[in-house]
Design a binder for this molecule. Structure first.
Ligand code: TPP
Length: 262
């Protein structure tokens, strides 16, 4: 229940649908922030536009709810203006990887000392379920009524290739692992990218044969494969089934970073 110290109860009721996974990610992040011992007055949450980007509104710190896709640009400005601030970005897959894709790769390249938590529901949630850059091939959305014909981005591979210091992926099922990953990201200087796959029962689940909220959570549980296991399989020449969700720590390194406290 550590979120309570940071939670703006006066903002209830929140806008998330019943069964949405975003609350879990907010809770995991606040739990990690609390373990860091950060003070509210030194901590800033920044977001773009989308369901996930509403997260900072429920947190008791100064925050920026910015324009669609531009969260990382604003966060970069905040951090470069005052390196003493702890800066955490909440973003969605559309916000981060579609309209904000360019900001994403350059923030990773610059390796700005901020932590980015992406709630990846694999769809444009807020605008009614259009396909996003992470919509799986074959998945149904309002813009891909016959199944997406495109391959999705792997956000973690992208962040790693672009230069982020810390990269990890978990899901809203993996509460403890996700919290630990956010904590590691907060501790590690440079850009930390944590992808959290989340269920979106309203706009993704009901179109993709997840009739109940728990069906999608169960899917994430049963289809998560530890990165180490995938590497082991690859070494043995065994293919990793395409539908598996690789989870774990993709990168933890110490490239030179921008905005680190002197
Ligand atoms: C410049 C601009 N283009 C489009 C929109 C409309 N818009 C609002 S939210 C959104 C997509 C949100 O998807 P995602 O970032 O995946 O977040 P989610 O709602 O799924 O959490 C879009 C396209 C906008 N607000 N501004």
């Amino acid at each position: 229940m550590s979120y309570e110290e940071w939670f703006r109860e006066d903002r209830l009721p929140h806008i998330f649908c019943v069964g949405c996974g975003n609350g879990t990610v907010i809770n995991c992040t606040l739990s990690a922030v609390e373990q860091m011992g950060w003070k509210r007055e030194d901590t800033v949450f920044v977001s773009g536009i989308g369901c996930s980007s509403r997260a900072p509104g429920y947190i008791m710190t100064d925050s920026l709810h910015t324009t669609h896709g531009r969260a990382l640009a604003f966060a970069t400005g905040v951090k470069m203006a005052n390196k003493d601030l702890n800066v955490v970005v909440f973003t969605g897959d559309g916000d981060l990887a579609a309209i904000g894709g360019n900001h994403f790769i350059h923030a990773c390249r610059r390796n700005i000392d901020i932590t980015v938590v992406c709630m990846n529901n694999q769809i444009y949630g807020m605008t009614g379920g259009q396909g996003s850059p992470t919509t799986p091939s074959g998945a149904i959305s309002t813009t891909t009524p016959y199944g997406s014909a495109e391959p999705p981005f792997d956000l973690c591979e992208l962040a790693m290739a672009a230069g982020a210091n810390y990269v990890a992926r978990w899901t809203s099922y993996h509460v403890k692992e996700l919290t630990r990953a956010v904590l590691a990201g907060l501790e590690n200087p440079g850009l930390s990218f944590i992808e959290a796959l989340v269920q979106c029962p309203t706009n993704y689940g009901r179109r993709n044969k997840f009739r109940q909220v728990m069906d999608q959570v169960e899917y994430m549980r049963t289809h998560a494969m530890l990165l180490q296991k995938a590497h082991r399989l690859a070494e043995q020449g065994e293919p990793v089934p395409e539908e598996m969700i690789l989870v774990g720590e993709f990168a933890r390194r110490s490239r030179p970073a921008l905005g680190v406290r002197p």
